[in-house]
Design a protein around this ligand. Sequence first.
Ligand SMILES: [Cu+2]
Length: 382
Amino acid sequence: MFTRRAALMGAAFVAAAPFVMKAAHAQETAANAGAAPADLSSLTRRKVKLVAPPFVHAHDQIAPTGPEIVEFEMKIVEKEIQVDEDAWLQAFTFNGSVPGPMMVVHEGDYVELTLFNPPENMLQHNIDFHAATGALGGGALTLVNPGEKTVLRFKATRPGVFVYHCAPGGPMIPWHVVSGMSGCIMVLPREGLKDHLGQPVSYDRVYYIGENDFYIPRGQDGSYMRFADAGESYSDTLAVMNGLIPTHVVFNGRVGALTGDNALTAEQGETVLFVHSQANRDSRPHLIGGHGDLVWEAGKFNNLPDRDLETWFIRGGSAGAALYTFLQPGVYAYVNHNLIEAVNLGATAHVVVGGDWNNDLMEQVVAPVEYDAVHEGRTALP
Ligand SMILES: [Cu+2]
């Protein structure tokens, strides 16, 4: 029987085949290296259920015990998502969300992920953890066909926030990434975060903001094209991708995913950790009306944080972390400070902060009012 899936795995993606085979070869060499399995029988195991971003599963900021094996499960879900009022995407997702869920462990822990590629999917997928060492970040050991699962364990040796993403080989790599297949892992130092002086700092809330650039083709009438499945979307999407001009730049999968009723929340005096990832393209987060008190711009906690930043830079293929204590109530916009991308393409989130206004920090001395232009304002220019 010549199924849709067979078409996708075969003729439609001949171009990808050499790369897929390379990945399979790497899997063989890595798996057949002859090393004895690591004996971790003395370590405790803990199962963690992942939650959809911008939220993050409950976790200790300071590790309560020695290193342990932290078990996660993720299911790859291929599905159409709505990106804007008039735009849909045949998305590939880790656990059904764009971005995939954020994992939190401590330095020295072992991450043990069971990755499911359900039989109803059409494509091969895998996972490349930027936090891991060897085998293409685990990508070479995790290539799963529809109907297959795999278990990968790696030791989290470097503290920081790191991207993970699908990388199934060749042109499939950028396509899967810009179709939504990335997420983030946070490896906390065992003793928790430290400020620029080495003093402990903690957060009251953590939000995970995954930024995506989407490349959605337009039809002859100018409206966005909608496709029956991913295979049908591939060639038109590739043409837009190769132009390098995204049609959408969004936080958490769609325009407005983190505004209005979906806005992030905090209270005056609370310290919030914003983790921001971009798996494909540079970004420059900025909190309008606020700052980054402590910013690990490159996202790696062995480096001292920068202080008092107005805007920070997220390199494509990385995650960064910014800690901020909200001093003033109101609505803050958290944007990509390429403002075209923020306002016209979608990369805006809101943070609604409750509390009491502090006139010492800012006061409206005179509300906007008409003035007598004949007599007033004459001293304004030099
Ligand atoms: Cu994939």
